[in-house]
Design a protein. Structure first.
Length: 189
C-alpha cells in the first residue's frame, strides 16, 4: 500500500483510544509506517543504478528487513518507552504495525505481477512467510477506496475531535486546518 495509506491507517488505530495524548497518537501512527523504513533503500539504489557498485538495498531488503515480528516488538518497545512506558501505547503500536503488514499482504503487488511475501519470523527463520495469491496491485481500485475512506474518516475526526495528523508536525498548521474545517462545516447544536 501507499505510505500515505499506511499513515492514515496508523492514525486510525491511534484514534481508537480517545485518552491518548498527542505524543502517544504520534507514536502509534508512526508505528504504522515504521515497516517501510526499509523502503528508503530505494534512494541508495536509484543513486547507484548503472554504476560499478550498485546498492540493491530496496530490491533485496524491502519487505524483508523490517516487515517482521522482531521489528514489531522493537517498535512497540520504543513507543512505550518514549511515551512513558504505557502498555496501551505499546499494544496499539503493535496493532498499528500489524495493520501495516496486513495492508501489504492484501495490496502491495508490484509491477510484472511481483508478489511480496512477508517473512514474519525474520531474522530468526524464513520458514513462515505470509503471502496471498489474491494480492492486488499498488494502483488497484481497492487501495484507492481504502485511502479515500481513510481520508473521509480523517476529515471527520479532525472536525469532531479538534486535531488531525498534522499535529505530528506542528500545532499551528493543525489548528488552522481544524478551524478551516469547522468554519466550512460548522457544528450543529
Amino acid at each position: 500500500m501507499n505510505p500515505i495509506t499506511h499513515l492514515l491507517l496508523g492514525w486510525a488505530v491511534a484514534n481508537t483510544d480517545q485518552s491518548l495524548v498527542r505524543r502517544e497518537r504520534t507514536a502509534v501512527t508512526l508505528a504504522g509506517i515504521a515497516p517501510d523504513l526499509d523502503g528508503l533503500g530505494l534512494v541508495a539504489e536509484a543513486l547507484t543504478r548503472g554504476t560499478k557498485h550498485e546498492l540493491l538495498w530496496w530490491t533485496q531488503y524491502h519487505h524483508t528487513a523490517l516487515h517482521n515480528v522482531t521489528f514489531a516488538l522493537f517498535v512497540a518497545a520504543v513507543c512505550a518507552i518514549s511515551t512513558g512506558r504505557r502498555w496501551r501505547v505499546a499494544l496499539l503500536a503493535l496493532i498499528s504495525f500489524h495493520v501495516h503488514l496486513l495492508g501489504d499482504l492484501l495490496g502491495a503487488r508490484g509491477p510484472e505481477n511481483d508478489h511480496w511475501p512477508i517473512p514474519y519470523l525474520m531474522p530468526f527463520s524464513d520458514v513462515w512467510q505470509w503471502s496471498w495469491d489474491g494480492q492486488w496491485e499498488l494502483n488497484a481500485w481497492p487501495n484507492f477506496v481504502i485511502t479515500g475512506s481513510l481520508l473521509v474518516m480523517m476529515f471527520y475526526l479532525a472536525w469532531k475531535r479538534g486535531y488531525s495528523p498534522l499535529e505530528m508536525v506542528s500545532s499551528r498548521p493543525d489548528h488552522a486546518f481544524v478551524e478551516t474545517l469547522r468554519a466550512r462545516f460548522p457544528f450543529r447544536r
